[in-house]
Write a protein that binds this ligand. Structure first.
Ligand code: GLU
Length: 556
């Protein structure tokens, strides 16, 4: 280290900074939380895009905090203005809210909530400068006036000498500039960055126990990384250390792309004599691609975006449970034993997390979603379906909100009981069900059993129309269909039919299929008797007449 007056240098660089790290320690005191309470955060850059993989880190962090009586907060990492998309902060906040993620403090739609803010990094510049000034005064940071050209020249020389590239050791030419020289550069208004003066060596190892990756031996950092860019805005590395220290984060949950620079982060914590947080580095979400695996890609895979799941109509709870299930493999067993408990009752454990990347499994998500929807009562389905349809299916939204009672009655069909219906995975699957009850959306496909003649079908429908009584209960209803079947030479029960099919024209199922196709316009529907009950006599009669007209029309 050159023999220069670092204190004087710090005053020269930061004449307006009057506060000290101690002042900040007082302003942001240790949090008054119960022993073992975790303070975690989600710290997205405002690009407007949230990768589905982020949700794994978000839910891990959220569970750690809320399960321990701690704090989960949202910090906006907006130091890179180039990547910022207008409205992105709002998108992030709203999207996470839609996925049931609750922050205790941090950035909110109209500002910040909490005592540890500001929670947007560009509003924290004065805080970074206090620490930067302190690092300079202690000889741990220095201004670097190298231009892009200087850096390229250094790199070219390093390549020629087969040396490792980077700004370090003898290559770090601004490291020991005399104070006088620095003054000259500053007076000439030359732009500069502030660099960390690394005392590390690649010969040394840093020990790190990651809560997900396990025990790691990493190479010590010897690079004089940039702390403040030439506009005074910090790099991610510096902001991370300062923010997570003063926001009193206990656990940093983030993508494992940051593992390579972790030695530098640890070095800055140590240099400042700050306690290192615990880290959980999460591997990227993988996807099967033929026989191999690759990262779920923003460019190639629409399902890489969190917003995709909302648009596609996956219930929030299904997505949440899918993530928990993937993070902790014992979740599934717990869910079976506790079918109605809220997912937050599950004891999430970091120890159960796998250190390698989870494989994205849409079938699993669909399976979970099917069960989540099946477990909801009709009112709940109606509520969620309306929320979704409002944005993505306006016609459906209008129908189910204008005909609320009827929609709920329709949604009740086959719901509850020991064997609830499991034919809906996403909200859009209810479009078909609802179209049965909505004349405007009714698009019948009259496909009757092939072996039945048109005249016979017309007779069956006409007779049924006369015998149909909306007050019949299920038993009477089915009794009438059987009777009708018998009258037309169709076996009234399947067992007898199977014993000697040749004695009959067909079976009761053929007759109920005729009714189903006429009334619902398709061959697959929930319980027909229930469907008719919800439709009511007027609709049933109209549908049957329309079906007969259609058959007659075809006969001409
Ligand atoms: N802004 C960083 C990112 O989006 C956050 C990493 C972290 O959580 O520290 O990758």
């Amino acid at each position: 280290m050159a023999n220069i007056d670092y204190k004087a240098l710090s005053e020269l660089l930061f004449p307006d900074v009057t506060r000290t790290p101690e002042d900040l320690e007082i302003q942001f005191p240790l949090r008054n939380l119960p022993e073992g309470a975790a303070v975690t955060r989600f710290a997205p850059s405002p690009t407007g895009f949230i990768h589905f993989g982020n949700l794994f880190a978000v839910i891990t962090a959220e569970r750690l905090a809320h399960q321990s009586g701690g704090v989960f907060y949202l910090r906006i990492e907006d130091t890179d203005a180039k990547r910022e998309v207008p409205g992105a902060v709002e998108t992030v906040i709203e999207l996470l809210e839609q996925f049931g993620i609750r922050f205790d403090e941090g950035a909110v739609l109209d500002g910040d909530v909490g005592d540890y803010g500001p929670y947007r990094q560009r509003s924290r510049v004065d805080i970074y400068h206090v620490i930067a000034k302190h690092l300079v005064a202690e000889g741990h940071a220095y201004p670097c006036f190298c231009t892009e050209e200087d850096l390229s020249r250094i790199r070219a020389q390093q390549e020629a000498e087969k040396a490792t590239t980077g700004y370090y050791g003898k290559w770090a030419i601004c490291r020991d500039l005399p104070l006088e020289e620095i003054k000259v550069q500053l007076d000439a208004q030359k732009p500069y960055v502030l660099r960390f003066r690394s005392t590390g060596s690649i010969e040394n190892k840093v020990f790190h126990r990651d809560l997900v990756k396990g025990e790691l031996q990493l190479t010590e950092n010897d690079i004089d990384h940039v702390l403040l860019k030439s506009d005074g805005i910090p790099t991610y590395h510096f902001a991370h250390v300062v923010d997570d220290h003063f926001m009193r984060t206990t656990h940093v949950v983030r993508g494992d792309e940051w593992l390579s620079t972790l030695p530098f982060h640890l070095q800055v914590f140590d240099t400042l004599k700050w306690r290192r947080p615990k880290y959980l580095h999460i591997s990227p979400l993988m996807k099967k691609d033929g026989d191999s695996k690759r990262k779920l890609s923003k460019r190639k895979d629409p399902e890489s975006s969190l917003s995709y799941y909302r648009e596609a109509g996956y219930p929030v709870q299904a997505v949440y449970e899918y993530v928990l299930n993937t993070l902790n493999s014992n979740y599934e067993q717990w869910r079976q034993a506790n079918p109605t408990a809220p997912p937050t009752d599950f004891k999430f454990s970091v120890k159960k997390m796998s250190s390698s990347g989870a494989l994205f499994d849409i079938d699993k998500l669909r399976d979970i979603s099917k069960n989540v929807v099946a477990a909801m009562d009709a009112e709940t389905v109606h509520r969620h379906l309306s929320e979704w349809a409002k944005d993505y299916a306006p016609e459906l939204y209008r129908f189910i909100t204008e005909n609320r009672e009827e929609a709920i009655a329709a949604l009740s069909i086959g719901r509850g009981g020991k064997k609830p219906r499991k034919d809906a995975v996403v909200w859009s699957d209810f479009k078909t069900l609802m179209s049965f009850f909505c004349d405007e959306q009714f698009r019948p496909e009259y496909e009757y059993p092939e072996h039945m003649g048109k005249e016979e079908i017309i007779r069956i429908l006409t007779e049924y129309s006369d015998m149909y009584d909306p007050n019949d209960d299920n038993t009477v209803w089915f009794g009438k269909v059987r009777e009708l079947a018998s009258q037309h030479g169709y076996c009234p029960d399947m067992k007898t039919y199977r014993q000697d099919p040749s004695c009959y024209k067909g079976h009761v199922g053929d007759v109920s299929m005729v009714l189903r196709v006429a009334v619902c316009g398709c061959q697959q529907t929930p319980d027909l008797c229930e469907m008719m009950r919800v439709m009511g006599p007027e609709m049933v009669h109209n549908r049957i007449s329309a079906a007969i007209d259609h058959l007659r029309g075809e006969n001409k």
